[in-house]
Design a protein around this ligand. Sequence first.
Ligand SMILES: *[C@@H]1O[C@H](CO)[C@@H](O)[C@H](O)[C@H]1NC(C)=O
Ligand SMILES: *[C@@H]1O[C@H](CO)[C@@H](O)[C@H](O)[C@H]1NC(C)=O
Ligand SMILES: *[C@@H]1O[C@H](CO)[C@@H](O)[C@H](O)[C@H]1NC(C)=O
Ligand SMILES: *[C@@H]1O[C@H](CO)[C@@H](O)[C@H](O)[C@H]1NC(C)=O
Ligand SMILES: CC(=O)N[C@H]1CO[C@H](CO)[C@@H](O)[C@@H]1O
Ligand SMILES: [Ca+2]
Ligand SMILES: [Ca+2]
Length: 439
Amino acid sequence: MELLSLLTLLLLAIASNEACQVQSSSSETTKDWWQTAQFYQIYPRSFKDSDGDGIGDLNGITSKLEYLKDLGVTAAWLSPIFKSPMVDFDYDISDFFDIQPEYGTLEDFRTLIKKAKELDLKIVLDFVPNHSSNESEWFLKSVKREKGYEDYYVWHDGKINSTTGKREPPTNWLQYFRGSAWEWNEVRQQFYLHQFAVQQPDLNYRNPLVVEQMKRVLRYWLNEGVSGFRSDALPPLFEVVPDGDGQFPDEVVSGATEDTEDRDYLTTTYIENQPETIDMFYGNRSTEGAHLPFKFNLITVMEQKGLSASNVQEVIDLWLKNIPAGRTPNWVLGNHDKRRAASRYGKEHMEGMNMLVMILPGVSVTYQGEEIGMTDGEISWEDTVDPWGCNSNPNIYEQYTRDPERTPFQWTGGTNAGFTNGSTTWLPLAADFILNDKC
Ligand SMILES: *[C@@H]1O[C@H](CO)[C@@H](O)[C@H](O)[C@H]1NC(C)=O
Ligand SMILES: *[C@@H]1O[C@H](CO)[C@@H](O)[C@H](O)[C@H]1NC(C)=O
Ligand SMILES: *[C@@H]1O[C@H](CO)[C@@H](O)[C@H](O)[C@H]1NC(C)=O
Ligand SMILES: *[C@@H]1O[C@H](CO)[C@@H](O)[C@H](O)[C@H]1NC(C)=O
Ligand SMILES: CC(=O)N[C@H]1CO[C@H](CO)[C@@H](O)[C@@H]1O
Ligand SMILES: [Ca+2]
Ligand SMILES: [Ca+2]
């Protein structure tokens, strides 16, 4: 039970050299930086544009680090900044060791780190272990079965339908962004697994070469001065072990929805929360240091039950009474996948909610813009760019799209909310920006 509830959360794995030293050399009562942190998630594309192209970038972030310091933030978590074709806005990484050119250069990143150090702000990067982009060199090599890369991804011959004689995907598994989790590759003549978009093939964590490669990624950025990582999408990291004939089992119909393309149509028994994920990231972490499993109840319970003082108290008590001794509580207010906090809680409750997460014991995690009570943008079907929205249709996209919570940050009440000095923004601004003058 304990393990299960833990696994449904994203884990925040902090791999910090400083953490090791503190843990090995000082007493239990000394708290490490991450145990009292006020984390602030930056969605780089929408934070601050420095060069007028309408897309946020690293120099934009650097120019606003003092703002974060003034807010009381102690650590900034940057959503991915790595090289990517941007199908899932950098959660589809094609080079884990390089910076996305439209965000800047490695030099810009070093400048950001230097400035953050001067201000005593920690920088935490997003680690996206489950998949790469299908434009990654690793995937291209795996498609061609190049030596060392043959089993980098989850490949399968599929099944022949005895009635039609046609080749079908190995299982009925569904991806998060609607539709089958398997895609046929003409060159390799096999299916590959993608728990997210077609352009996000799942890496094969049963291959030690993959595990070693991903450790290299972590070490590389630690050497560049980052203080830790936030791990993305851990539940789908491992899939079940295939049977003796190499076959995977089908999932069964869950009863949660009638929409056969929706991931919730089937159970996720074999494709999420496998015990090996715990071994790798929790029990058995390769990198020394600490860990915080994200706690989303302030979001999820309020979504189900509505915001009230007693519901808030219930969420707080539930965790404070059950958290294992010596662990650090954390309180998550929002992220780039969830409707804006002000749209969920009501704008009038934002001061209270912002204060609450900062005064509760342990760690707060907030998302850019929640501190000024930004609300969801209204994005038309034509302007929709999120693959989850785009993979649906104009009638239902609003249930799936995450664009509304990703609109540009509102720095001023002026032109383009002070986000950019250019004439366009990559997503339209939310309509409330006039009210949020923070100049
Ligand atoms: C926007 O700012 C950048 C950097 O200061 C500058 O190079 C660019 O010319 C400006 N663009 C406009 C339209 O003012
Ligand atoms: C990645 O996947 C997309 C969608 O299937 C496809 O159009 C594109 O050609 C693929 N790219 C590579 C390099 O395989
Ligand atoms: C074989 O194909 C038919 C026609 O598409 C389909 O109805 C049937 O479910 C398939 N059989 C299996 C075992 O998948
Ligand atoms: C670490 O993980 C491996 C592989 O899952 C497992 O065999 C081993 O028992 C684990 N070790 C510990 C100390 O948990
Ligand atoms: C909250 C969060 O980071 N969600 C991400 C989970 O992983 C998928 C795929 O990498 C992203 O699309 C989400 O944005
Ligand atoms: Ca820019
Ligand atoms: Ca996986």
